[in-house]
Design a protein around this ligand. Structure first.
Ligand SMILES: [Zn+2]
Length: 503
């Protein structure tokens, strides 16, 4: 008796299909940086690029092939001799190369795009795969627009390319048109009809069904899923890697399959991609959106603090999110205020806490969110001790050396310093370090607009390391440098309090 394979191969195409999404293009150095992260994450295949597309694409595939050893590296090629040869060449240094070639099989693509007959496409696919097989130890064939292809013809093509040496047969829902039950039905028939192949799926999210279709296909026997970090990709994007992986993990009892992905690295990988591309997922994006583990309602906050499973189906730590973010707003209760203050190194008596919570709610009625700075300014007895920004000025432009002067108050003393930097923000942070006589490591900085329009508030979150303490600060202002400095000082204050407590 044979048991079905319990492992689903995670084929990551962030660097190929994902990179094709507007605003997400990456140079070879950026791709290599992400490939290293994907290798740490534990994906099985990294599709590194489409070498025929440009010299930089070919270089990216070559560099990744040369460095990434433990994960298979794939390169995409149309089913044309020249494309396949260029892809094969780019993969030459790879320890485990996968040459991925594709040809459309649907009537509309054959007739209107490729202008060839079904019989011609069959020959082209078989010959392309045979050539690819002579250049790489593993070949994957994709029948583009498979979900809109007549099944009898699809089966004929896939049988032919499997015989010609393609071990993995991918059946993309290229236009994001399928419904889960239809897609599963096609996959089930292929698993039955070509049992020696690995059936792979590649879904687009035009109807928001990419993950649902991929899950349905796995249920029908597909054992490879093509997906991307943050779900980036053509148009509405691809199957989101973090969502499919967590669905398989959280519902393992029901689905019965697993992946090799180290899920605690999902959030860091998402952040790394966003840092490289400058495109962040929407706040309510499952798993990696900034609100995915945020709870504002007081009832939810109390429940979460009592037992996270009351409102969470997975822990933030299991996907690499530091801690559940309790948003302080008018719906927040005492428990959330206490938790955030503890994060900032402040402990209060019950009476003090009641008082501060009331004031947080009053403040939240007037402004949408309550930031660290607001929270700390409600605590009179801490006000004089934490470092605060008195004023700053920066000089920047396209023909000047970015320079900043910062005046801060710390421990009852005002201190001023100036510095130059790579840009006005860098200069301002260096001036702050100089004024405080500290040298900190800035681990992470990111900003987002909290409101829209010309007077939008910029919200800045920074993570710093000061001696052994790693702390986070958050602030908002219509001026992003001011918000950055306030967030930075808030993180420094938290670190200093933590050091004091530890001492
Ligand atoms: Zn695609």
């Amino acid at each position: 008796m044979t048991f079905p394979n319990p492992f689903v191969t995670i084929f990551d195409t962030t660097l190929r299909d994902g990179e094709q999404s507007p605003g997400c293009s990456m140079n070879p150095g950026e791709k290599l940086r992400l490939a290293r992260q994907l290798e740490r994450l534990g994906v099985d295949v990294i599709e590194a690029g489409f070498p025929i597309a440009s010299v930089a694409e070919a270089q990216a595939v070559e560099r990744i092939s040369g460095e990434i050893r433990t994960v298979r590296v794939a390169a995409l090629a149309r089913c044309k001799p020249k494309d396949i040869e260029v892809a094969g060449k780019a993969l030459r240094g790879a320890a485990r190369p996968v040459l991925h070639t594709f040809l459309a099989t649907s009537a509309i693509h054959l007739r209107d795009k490729l202008k060839i007959t079904a019989a011609e496409a069959l020959v082209q696919a078989r010959e392309g795969v045979a050539l690819a097989r002579s250049l790489a130890s593993e070949v994957e064939f994709s029948a583009e627009d498979a979900s809109r292809t007549d099944y009898t013809y699809l089966l004929e093509v896939l049988r032919a390319v499997h015989e010609a040496g393609a071990r993995v047969l991918n059946v993309p829902d290229t236009v994001g048109y399928s419904l889960p039950h239809e897609y599963a039905e096609m996959v089930a028939k292929l698993v039955r009809d070509i049992p020696t192949a690995v059936i792979s799926v590649h879904c687009h999210n035009d109807l928001g069904l990419a993950v649902a279709n991929s899950l349905a296909a796995i249920g029908a026997g597909a054992r490879q899923v093509e997906c991307t970090i943050n779900g980036i990709g053509e148009r509405a994007g691809n199957t989101s890697l973090e969502e499919i992986v967590m669905a398989l993990k959280v519902r393992r009892e029901t689905l019965g399959v697993e992946t090799r992905v180290k899920t605690e690295l999902l959030a860091p990988t998402s952040a790394e991609l966003s840092t490289v591309t400058g495109v962040w997922p929407q706040p309510n994006k499952a798993i990696v959106g900034r609100n995915a583990f945020a709870h504002e309602a007081g009832i939810h906050q109390h429940g979460i603090l009592a037992n996270p499973l009351t409102y969470e189906i997975m822990t933030p730590a299991s996907v690499g999110v530091g801690e559940t973010l309790l948003v302080l707003g008018k719906h927040s209760g005492r428990h959330a205020v206490e938790k955030r203050l503890r994060g900032l190194g402040v402990t209060l008596t019950v009476a003090q806490l009641e008082d501060v919570t009331t004031r947080v709610k009053e403040l939240a009625d007037r402004k949408k969110f309550v930031y660290d700075d607001d929270l700390l300014s409600l605590l009179d007895h801490h006000a004089e001790r934490r470092p605060t920004l008195i004023r700053y000025q920066t000089l920047s432009g396209n023909d000047v050396i970015p320079t900043a002067t910062v005046e801060v108050e710390a421990h009852g003393q005002r201190r001023t310093a100036s510095a130059v930097g790579n840009g006005p923000l860098d200069a301002a942070l260096k001036a702050t370090d100089a004024a405080l006589g500290l040298s900190l490591e800035l681990l992470d900085w990111h900003t987002r607009a909290v409101s829209s329009g010309k007077d939008a508030l910029a919200e800045v979150t920074v993570r710093v390391r000061h001696r052994d303490q790693e702390t986070v600060g958050q602030a908002a202002s219509t001026d992003s440098i001011e918000a950055s400095l306030k967030a930075y000082l808030s993180a420094i204050g938290a670190a200093e309090r933590a050091i004091e407590v530890a001492a």
